[in-house]
Design a protein around this ligand. Structure first.
Ligand code: AMP
Ligand code: ZN
Length: 112
């Protein structure tokens, strides 16, 4: 398996984990774009949100619920943003489903 985030889940590539359970793994982004910038990924390899359908509703729900828990645990009481870059136009650079959890400063809208 040549996938970067699969290697992180397997521990072949080091990461700084912040949360894990049976389906999710979360770790600090190596190039943080905000004071808090966490990547939350599916342990199972899924290439992108575009590859999911209704059969993945359980996984997607678990990821969103984990994102909210992580944000609470990180004390992001003033708010935060959850982003899923998808495909080339969406700015996705790693082909393994991941959610960005960004917070700790006001975030501009619209994004670039
Ligand atoms: P995206 O552009 O949405 O595909 O996001 C990929 C993210 O992975 C970027 O924010 C990168 O900074 C982050 N990233 C790439 N390699 C690593 C790594 N080894 N450890 C932690 N984060 C990484
Ligand atoms: Zn993968």
């Amino acid at each position: 398996m040549s996938c970067l985030f699969c290697k992180i889940v397997e521990g072949e590539i080091p990461s700084s984990p912040v949360y894990l359970d049976d389906v999710c793994y979360a770790f600090a982004d190596i190039h943080p774009q905000a004071p808090t910038h966490i990547l939350l990924i599916s342990r199972r390899h899924v290439a992108s949100l575009a590859e999911t359908d209704a059969e993945d509703a359980g996984l997607l729900g678990r990821l969103l619920a984990a994102a909210a828990k992580i944000a609470r645990d990180k004390g992001l009481v003033h708010g935060y943003r959850v982003v899923i870059n998808t495909g080339a136009d969406g700015g996705q650079t790693v082909g393994h489903l991941h959610l960005h959890i960004l917070g700790g400063r006001p975030l501009a809208w619209p994004p670039g």
